[in-house]
Design a protein around this ligand. Structure first.
Ligand code: PXP
Length: 237
């Protein structure tokens, strides 16, 4: 049965908007775990636009499910991962100008570099997942170079312009999950999943963790609004 991993990056995005201390992504991680999340994901970007180094070090101490550190395959990040020792690292492509990760890694193109990163992380007993496009050749390459897990990019499915395209994308995700399972990979998925589109992905055979961030933080900001306003009104009056 698929499980939920909560990506807390956008709690940090709100904090960084004012450069202060709140809301603290550590608090969000605790609440997510209390509500049933089976993992916590944080993406330490090279530009530090949301999650900060301090967050990753504290999450390592406080997360009681498992910590999935999302990061680029870059020397600075590898050094931090080896120091923090998260349960798992998910390697993603990273472009400065992008708003969010827009696609999977080019695994075959970057094979020589990725193989080194994966072996360094695995020597340090960190599980390694590669964020991949739903493409069987890329999944085979991920298995070949030593990844233990893949995270299937669901952005194309999530952003599909109509139901027929979404249904085709779903079939592609299913075929990829089947191929990955045969290769012995653990299958996670994420990107753009929300309250409307998650169920068919959660139903895919052998689906592991679904990493979801933006839609949960967006929903939380609305469903928490009434009580936050009520509390402030009561203080003022
Ligand atoms: N998985 C990966 C690898 C990501 O880069 C992201 C976005 O940070 C997510 C999952 C979560 O995507 P979303 O915020 O759209 O739920």
């Amino acid at each position: 049965m698929a499980t939920l991993g909560v990506n807390i990056d956008h709690i940090a995005t709100i904090r960084q908007a004012r450069g202060g201390r709140e809301p603290d992504p550590i608090h969000a991680a605790v609440l997510a775990e209390l509500a049933g999340a089976r993992g916590i994901t944080a993406h330490l970007r090279e530009d530090r636009r949301h999650i900060q180094d301090r967050d990753v070090y504290i999450l390592k101490q406080t997360v009681s499910t498992h910590l999935n550190l999302e990061m680029a395959s870059a020397a600075e990040m590898i050094k931090i991962a080896v120091d923090v020792l998260p349960f798992m690292v998910t390697l993603v492509p990273e472009k400065r100008e992008e708003r969010t990760t827009e696609e999977g890694l080019a695994v075959r193109e970057r094979e020589r570099e990725l193989v080194k990163t994966i072996s360094t992380l695995r020597e340090n007993h960190i599980l390694v997942s590669l964020f991949v496009n739903p493409d069987i050749a890329e999944i085979r390459a991920a298995a070949k170079i030593g990844a233990t897990h893949i995270e299937l990019y669901t952005g194309t499915y999530s952003n599909a312009a109509n139901a027929s395209i979404a249904s085709d994308e779903l079939e592609t995700l299913k075929a990829c999950a089947m191929a990955a399972h045969k290769l012995g990979l653990v299958i996670n998925a994420g990107h753009g999943l929300n309250y409307q589109n998650v169920s068919p992905v959660a139903d895919i055979d052998n689906m592991g963790e679904l990493n979801i961030g933006h839609s949960i933080v967006a929903r939380a900001s609305l469903v928490g609004m009434e009580s936050a306003v009520r509390e402030m009104v009561s203080l003022i009056s």
